[in-house]
Write a protein of this length. Structure first.
Length: 366
């Protein structure tokens, strides 16, 4: 039967089980039972209930790196090459990390966000990590699978037990990807972990950055997809890189700010009219440097500015990914260098933030 169905779907993809049964002259239940046992080769569209060959029906996003590490930049490169699976008509999406490569937390967060958004768009999602046993183990420890929607089909398989739950908070160099919700103080966990490993010198600055951003997610996210945040440090003993990721699949910064601009900040609204070039990236940079902008007006809106001020003190780099553009701010010698942005990116909903700074040996008291 497999050869006959394969030949039929090659010629006429997107058929329902009853149509296939009619063409083959067999009972529909027999066809349905066959598909259930052969989901590696055939896929059903969750909206139309039609069947196609996986090879022809799937949108495939392959993420790879020429080096040992997969970062958010490699994720974005793959997305630019293939386009966003959120905008495809395919009901089946395969996201594959190619070869034996380690996935950094910044890339892992975007993979989770994309997978979860695809699931909410009623697409069947396969995350293929085959041949990446070390990466699979690290992601398990970082609570990657705890944050990944349970319906995502992971290859070669999900861990049976969560290593993150088993060893939670036992590694001061890693703050697992924690869900942002009222009963978990994510900023405090990140602060404590950082202070334990590197001392108190920069811990409060980091707490402010994470706290303000997490607060914005809690107040303005407007999505059923949970946000999350985590920390990881990398590097050698002399110089270490601290990476904090914060992911929110909600409305995004500009979509949150703009409704209140005309009412409370008409001059700013006029200055950053959506029809002008790069208005949204420029609005985010303005809000960070100047502060005081809020969709609710009043004395609110200090969060982005607090992030900016503490980034100056830490000589940090901040990447802010929005639905179809990104902003990058690099700080050196206590000042913001010329900020940059990239427009017309493939769609990824919400806000994905990477906050990164380096510690030399003199800063490490741990």
């Amino acid at each position: 039967m497999k050869k006959r169905i394969t030949a039929l779907l090659k010629k006429s993809p997107g058929l329902k089980a009853r149509q296939i049964a009619h063409e083959l002259g067999v009972d529909r239940k027999e066809v349905s039972s066959f598909f259930v046992k052969n989901l590696d080769a055939f896929v059903q569209d969750p909206q139309t209930y039609t069947w196609s060959l996986v090879q022809s029906a799937s949108f495939v996003l392959e993420i790879s790196s020429s080096g040992l590490w997969v970062t958010q930049f490699h994720f974005e490169k793959a997305l630019k090459k293939s386009g966003s699976p959120l905008d495809t008509d395919h009901g089946h999406v395969v996201i594959k990390v190619v070869n034996e490569q380690k996935v950094l937390l910044c890339a892992a967060a975007r993979i989770i966000a994309l997978c979860n958004q695809l699931v909410r768009s009623n697409k069947k999602v396969v995350l293929d990590l085959s041949g990446n046993e070390q990466t699979l183990s690290y992601l398990d420890r970082a609570a990657f699978f705890d944050r990944l929607d349970a319906s995502v089909d992971v290859k070669p398989g999900r861990p049976k037990k969560s290593a993150a739950q088993q060893y939670m908070a036992n590694n001061s160099g890693l703050v697992e990807l924690l869900e942002i919700r009222n009963d978990i103080n994510v900023p405090e966990r990140i602060k404590e972990s950082f202070a334990e490993k590197f001392g108190d010198e920069h811990a409060n600055k980091l707490f402010t950055v994470v706290g303000e951003t997490v607060c914005n997610v809690e107040d303005h996210s407007n999505t059923v997809i949970p946000g999350f945040a985590g920390l990881q440090y990398y590097g050698r003993a002399v110089k270490k890189t601290i990476v904090v990721v914060i992911s929110d699949s909600g409305d995004g910064i500009c979509n949150t700010l703009r409704p209140g601009l005309k009412k409370y900040f008409p001059d700013v609204a006029k200055r950053f009219e959506p029809s002008t070039h790069a208005a949204d990236p420029k609005l985010i940079i303005y809000a960070m440097v100047n502060g005081g902008l809020s969709s609710l007006g009043g004395d609110r809106g200090a969060g982005l500015n607090a992030t900016h001020l503490n980034a100056e003190k830490l000589d940090a780099a901040i990447s802010i990914r929005q639905e179809n553009f990104s902003v990058r701010l690099v700080y050196k010698a206590g000042a913001l260098e010329q900020p940059s942005w990239e427009l017309n990116l493939p769609r990824l909903k919400g806000t994905q933030i990477v906050f990164e700074f380096k510690l030399d040996k003199s800063s490490n008291s741990g």
